[in-house]
Each structure stands twice: as C-alpha cells, then as structure tokens.
Design a protein around this ligand. Structure first.
Ligand code: GDP
Length: 481
C-alpha cells in the first residue's frame, strides 16, 4: 500500500508536468523472440486491441472501464523505423486474410493511452496520459552481447572450434574449405574478405535453417541483417590466429578491424540506444515448431534461448554495466500459437516453456526483474472440437491449414477446414529432450488467419485471442493504476 506522501508525490509530479507542459510518462515495452516466434502478430494484435477497445477481461484497466482512449501518437524517434501497423492489419483483414511479413529489423510505434486512475487521490486530478512505446526487434540481435567482451582472436577461436565439430560437418564444410584456401597473412583484398564472409554467413544460416536446427550462433546480424545487408560492417569471418603479429595490410588485420567496427557501429549502439532503455519485455517462444522437429531441435531452442536470455541477467557491475543502468523490471515469457493446441494442453505447454527457460533462470536470477510464463495466442486461428477415434474422444482444433503442408499422405490445399488432433504433449517436459519410443508423435500445422472476428466494445471487429489480455495486464496493467 502506498502512503499519502507517496500519493502527493505522484500527484504533484503530474501537476508539475501539466504546468510546464513537459514529459508525459512513457513506458518502453520490448517485444522480442527468434525469427517467426510471433512478434509481428503480437504487436499488431496489441495495437489493434487497444485502438478498437477490444473486450479484454483479464486486462484490469480495460475491465474496470478506466482506459478511456488509445490513439496512435506521433512517431517519437527519427532514427528508428515505424512499425508497419497499417500494412500488417491490412494483410490480416484482407479477403482472404493472410499473415503479414515478419520482423526483419528493429521498429517502433507509440500509443498514447488516456486513463482514469483507480487510486482515489490520483483520480482527483482528472485523466492521465501514458505513452506506450512498443519496440520490436529480432531476438537474434541479442546473441551479440557476448561479442562486446571478446576480442577478434577470442571470438575466432570459439567460432572455429564450433564449426569444426562433427555435428556441424555438413553445414560448415564449404566455409571450412574457403578458410583453408585463404591466407590470413596475405595482402587483404575486398574480394577475399567478401568470399569468406559469404561462406561464413551461408554456414550460419544453414545451421539455423536445418530442420535438425543446430543452435543459433552470433553474429546476430548475419542471421537477421536488418538494413545492413551487404554492408562492410558485415563482411568479416573468423580466422585462425597467425603465429606472428599480423601486418596492418594483411587479411587478418582487415577482418579484425571489421569485427571491431561491427561491435562499435552495430552492436553497442543497439544495446545502448534501444535495449538498455526498455522498461518491460516480452520474450516470445515458438516451442511447437521445435516439438514438431524432435529432441535435437528442442535442445537447440533451449541453447539459443539461454544465449538470448543472458542479456536480461546483466547486473550493475561488470564490463557492460554502463549499458544497463536502467533496468527491465518485468519480463514475460510467452509460448506463442497456443491455438494450435486444445486448451486442455495449455498447462503442459507452459511447463515446457518453463523447462526451456529454466537453464537461463537457474544460472542466476534475472536481475531484480519479476518474471512470468504463459501460453498465449495473440491471434487465434482455430476453434475447438472433439472427434471419436477407436471409442476414445480426442480433443481437436478446427481450422484451415495453409496450403502445401503435408501430413501422412494428405497435402492441404489451403481451402479445406479440418479437425486435427495434434497429439498429446508429454506430462514431463524432460522427455522432449530424449529420443526414444516414448517420444510422442506431434503434428502442428500452420493455419490460415481467422476469417471470423468478434465485435469490440465500440463495435469494431477484433481478432480472437487466447490469454492475450492477461499477458498485457502483466506487462503494463500496473502502469495504468
Ligand atoms: P516474427 O515477427 O518473425 O516473430 O513472427 P510473426 O509474428 O510474423 O509470426 C510468424 C508466423 O507464425 C505467422 O506468419 C503465423 O503463421 C504464425 N503465428 C504467429 N502468431 C500466431 C498465433 O497467435 N496463432 C497462430 N495460429 N499462428 C501464429
């Protein structure tokens, strides 16, 4: 409970703002996750639900009728692209609706929320305004944090050791061949640097695209270049350390300079200007896709998430502390696309999510941040039903699978609605990391976006969802108190 002095502090603070016409309180919400985790869909649904006043019973400010209005505010930042909300909404509400283009770079959008405080003293001062800045960025970029404390020689040694492991043989071979043909001590040429960088990029992307999915490796921009595709900052690759100190004009020295430039021009500004300014964070995880591919992919997702989540554990001491003097105080881990499962399995999906992030959480607490896990669907593409099979009633989901997908000998045409029993998630998440007969066969298909929407409080059509309202309440509900 807050004291009267606290209340006066808040009230006077707001009066001061009004008097000087200055700063409206702003909360910066980061939305991240590996590619295709569901960032674009989550943000589009978030904006639309607030603008259209969707029914969100689990989001207290809305349920209590205190959220008076939401509108798009002027874009606050000239240097960061605006989130393409209108284009994404158009795709999702077109005839037929299609999923919009996914996140490829950082973008941002500001909503301005008018609300009535639920607190009697604060509410005496009329309506309040909160700016909600939503920042969308690829989770792959977070993989770069460890580079800031590694020299080129250290990073090279690590990257080459990984590329030489037998499990990566197939993906790494062309890069290792290119490396064998290169002479680090020879005069540097742009062509030689580009050839190596291209082979290295192909190797990283092949590791990631592989259905057996080996873990996601830095540099993050090689996987998700954003606006830097083809830029010199991305034309480097690891090289074995030369015996003697390399000449300034050697290939080794050139790639070392580029590696350092990548850190200072790309990585550090991202952490300093964007990441370090976030107040709240949602980390989206597509666990179902990994479950579809089997134990290696699940273990791999865990490794990648552990690397990504490392960024949220930076304390107040250490070499990077200057970047992190403002703290994220709430982190929500969300397993996305929960609509691909019957609700009776959502508890198990949450258990799997907890198991996936536990390695990161176990090593140290997320620095002072409150964390929670939830299974959600920002846009629900299926309904629920049941089928009788061999005298058993199986819970199913009903929807239209995207065309071209196959299950057994059926190929879906993108027009036919089906009822699907995707399989039972195991009770014990650990079993997903082992391959033996007990591993259940799971079949998660991609479904087309919903065609039926429901009316919001203002009568506007909004998307169906699962637990989106509760996710939002955890992320920003207290800021609208
Ligand atoms: P990101 O921006 O790369 O993180 O990913 P997107 O938001 O573009 O999502 C990738 C794909 O996942 C989409 O094109 C959809 O096919 C699917 N998807 C995302 N969110 C949901 C959801 O809530 N339900 C369902 N069924 N599919 C989803």
């Amino acid at each position: 409970p807050t004291t009267i002095t606290d209340e006066l502090g808040i009230a006077l603070g707001n009066l001061a703002d009004a008097a000087t016409g200055t700063v409206t309180p702003t909360i910066r919400l980061g939305v991240t996750g590996l590619s295709r985790a569901g960032k674009t869909i989550f943000i589009t649904a978030l904006i639309h639900n607030l603008l259209a006043a969707a029914r969100l019973p689990g989001f207290a400010p809305m349920a209590e009728g205190r959220l008076i209005s939401a509108r798009l505010a002027e874009h606050p930042d000239n240097a960061t692209p605006r989130f393409a909300y209108e284009a994404h909404l158009e795709a999702l509400t077109g005839t037929p609706p299609v999923w919009p283009e996914s996140t490829r770079r950082i973008s941002q959008l500001r909503l301005s929320l008018r609300y009535q405080s639920g607190n009697w003293l604060k509410s005496r001062f009329g309506l309040h305004t909160l700016n909600l800045d939503i920042v969308d960025y690829p989770g792959e970029w977070l993989l770069d944090l460890p580079l800031l404390t590694r020299s080129y020689a250290e990073w090279s040694a690590e990257a080459l050791e990984l590329a030489g492991r037998p499990a990566r043989e197939a993906e790494a071979r062309p890069f290792l061949d290119a490396l064998a043909a290169a002479d680090p001590e020879a005069e540097a040429t742009d062509a030689a640097a580009e050839a190596l960088a291209t082979a290295f990029t192909h190797y990283l992307r092949a590791s990631k695209a592989d259905a057996r999915a080996l873990s996601t490796l830095p540099p993050g921009r090689f996987l998700m270049p954003g606006d830097l595709e083809g830029s010199p900052a991305l034309t480097f690759a690891p090289l074995p350390a030369p015996a003697a100190s390399p000449r300034h004009s050697s290939l080794y020295a050139m790639l070392e300079r580029r590696y350092e430039a990548y850190k200072s021009v790309v990585v550090r500004p991202f952490f300093r200007d964007h990441f370090a300014r976030l107040d709240r964070q949602i980390v989206l995880v597509d666990a179902l896709r990994a479950l579809n591919s089997g134990p290696e992919a699940v273990a791999d997702l865990e490794t990648a998430l552990t690397a990504v989540l490392e960024c949220f554990r930076q304390g107040t001491s250490g070499p990077l502390s200057r970047l992190f003097n403002r703290k994220i105080d709430r982190i929500l881990f969300a397993a996305t696309k929960a609509d691909l499962l019957h609700h009776t399995s959502h508890g198990r999906l949450e258990a799997i999510l907890n198991r996936l992030v536990s390695a990161a959480a176990r090593r140290a607490k997320f620095h002072g941040a409150e964390t929670r896990s939830m299974a959600i669907a920002a846009i629900r593409a299926t309904r629920e039903g049941s089928v009788k099979h061999n005298g058993e009633t199986l819970p199913t989901i009903i929807g239209t699978p995207e065309s071209g997908q196959r299950l057994g000998d059926i190929t879906y045409d993108g027009r036919t609605e089906i009822a699907l029993f995707p399989g039972d998630l195991p009770e014990n998440p650990d079993s997903l990391f082992k391959s033996d007969e007990s591993t259940p066969q799971l079949n998660f298909l991609r479904f087309l976006p919903p065609t039926v929407m429901s009316p919001s409080q203002s009568g506007e059509p909004v998307f169906p969802y699962i637990r989106f309202d509760r996710a939002l309440d955890f992320l920003i509900g207290d800021k609208l108190q």
